[in-house]
Design a protein around this ligand. Sequence first.
Ligand code: 3NM
Ligand code: MG
Length: 525
Amino acid sequence: MSPIDYSVYLVTGRDLLPPGQSFESTLTAALSSGVTLVQLREKTADTGDFLTIARTTKAICDAHNVPLLINDRVDIALAVGAAGVHVGQDDMQVKDARALLPPGAIVGVSCNSADDVRRARADGADYVGIGAVYGTMTKNVKNPLLGPRAVGALLALLDGSHIRAVAIGGIGAGNLARTLRGAIADSGRALDGVAVVSDIMASKEPGKAAAKLAAIVKDFKKSMSAPNPEKPLHVPDLLDEVVRVMNVVRELNPLVHQITNTVVTTQSANITLAAGASPIMATAPKKSANWLLSLDVVGAMRVVGPAANLARTPLVFDPVGVGATAFRKRTTQGLLDGFQCVLDCERGVWISVLKGNAGELAAVAGLQTSTPTGIESGLKPIPGAEEVRAKGVDTAGPGFTDPAGFVRALAGREHCTTLLSGATDYVSDGARCVRVSNGVEVLGRVTGSGCMLGSLVATYCAAAAHIADLDAAAAHIADLDGAAAKADVDGADTDTSTVVRGDTSTVVRGDMLVGALTGVLVLSI
Ligand code: 3NM
Ligand code: MG
């Protein structure tokens, strides 16, 4: 028997079907569009009805060559010749189910805690369904919600075993990539797939819903098997890139959608125009009066971020003053869990940018390293994060002892190009790190200069579809500093602007962008 593909695991729920949609048509559409495994879950059906629906389901699964598992009921699985069963913690135990089923049958089990996973391992389960990751209306979940990082911690308990793992609970296209990326154990073990009920069952377009999930899982798996290639950077080449990307902006005149706070809206729009792009400063993702009325800024970010990810639109996230209050920390955590940095597999680069000053990035590094449920988070602590504390939107203290190392580690963990702005700026994609040392002191005293930097990063990313983000991000820093240098009446020396590879550089000059104040920038080309 070929190995089970857990990528997109549909767990049925007939009660969730929208009006006019039959179980058979939903199942057929989903199976034609990327679902790789089905679990028939019937919580209220009598045995006779369960058997009838199981036969129908088995026939449809067979027609698509997709294995079928039965929730809880070993007898039904045997009667229809299903590939196996899925049991909950209150159902028959894995060992007992295994004893009743033919050799080679699949037995999976729901897990919510470290103990559950350890027991599943000891009992020889084939896979675990870890959940609930997020809140869901589909099941009355009494256990603690895990969040992606605790899922990663539970995955670590499977190290060295062949047990496969899927996550379940409140997962859909909008949070899937972030879920997959957030749930990686230290060993590098990742989820084998995702189980969903309502995202497909309650959809009026179940085929489309399944296809979206399948595309995201495929992207993720590809990115895990093909790590970011190490591409050496040469300063002269990089400076050529700066010029090239600036020209591309002028040619393309990209539309740059920016959702930001009211302090900086005007500056952000102006610098976008000055770079040769078109800003749109809307909090509403669609031109609809309802959206405008009903969405606050954070709400708009929650809607637009995942939409940008799905459309493969570069997205710059600037968690302004995240360390200052519990509210901002919560909001940033929620946003990071809700949207994610999409990997462009063809180019082998992460196409989104996380940007902040030292205080902000230190706070992001410290987010949720332990989860509310007490499970040790799978999120790696970032060395040096404790060296910097946020003070309002500003940073207190002298900064990181090894900023390049810090940024590289954070970029690696968050899987997106990360830009640390400061007197010297550092940009890393997790492998390479560029240090930009042409800071201009006056920028530290201009509110919104960090925001403007974010606008430029976004603008150049939009234009740089064929240029690695790292280079694009470095390009605008050089640009903003250059512009500021020209404007600085005390005459900063623009000729000494230097863009060099981080770990080899010793050039540090100036003071740039300490007081960053920004929102989220979402750009569309
Ligand atoms: N099991 P949806 S959560 C069936 O935590 C199930 O074990 C869960 O539904 C667990 O994809 C869940 O609609 C429901 O959120 C998942
Ligand atoms: Mg059960």
